[in-house]
Design a protein around this ligand. Structure first.
Ligand code: CMP
Length: 140
């Protein structure tokens, strides 16, 4: 099973990307695709459209466009649920010890990593960042 993660701009800028990748691999995730991109405003707005009425939406879009991020396609049994456990709660203050957000996040917004929250969203989010040709290569 595949899921999508994004190493967010805060973690990339603080030099945590390699550490986070190693953490993911240590938890049994296999890296199937990777990009580095700087999201445009319209891309960030579209990716987080589900949150468009939330008070933090404008700030979230600003943060996600502030520097490059690293979208990843990861494979593992029960990948979606397992990745959510490995990254920890949205707010690092509430995240379990040893989770990626506990180790690397600065705040509820600047929280180091994103992970798809359902298998349906994993499909949507992989499609957001990776072309049809790349998805065919991944599943070949
Ligand atoms: P993510 O898993 O990418 O999904 C939505 C993002 O919105 C979340 O991580 C945080 O970066 C951000 N977010 C969620 N809740 C808040 C909040 N209360 N205040 C600021 N940012 C938030």
């Amino acid at each position: 099973m595949l899921t999508l993660a994004i190493i967010k701009p805060d973690a990339v800028q603080r030099g945590r990307a390699g550490n986070i990748l190693a953490h993911l691999e240590s938890q049994g995730f296999v890296l199937r695709a990777v990009r580095m991109t700087r999201l445009t405003k319209s891309e960030a707005q579209a990716f987080y459209e589900v949150h468009k009425d939330r008070p933090f939406y404008a700030s979230l879009v600003e943060f996600m466009t502030s520097a490059p991020c690293i979208p990843l396609v990861l494979e593992r049994e029960d990948a979606v649920a397992h990745l959510r456990t490995v990254i920890g709660a949205t707010d690092p203050a509430e995240a379990e010890e040893g989770t990626i957000r506990k180790l690397h996040a600065e705040s509820k917004e600047r929280n180091a990593i994103h992970a798809s929250d359902s298998p349906e969203n994993a499909v949507r989010e992989v499609g957001f960042f990776f072309s049809e040709a790349e998805r065919q290569r991944i599943s070949a």
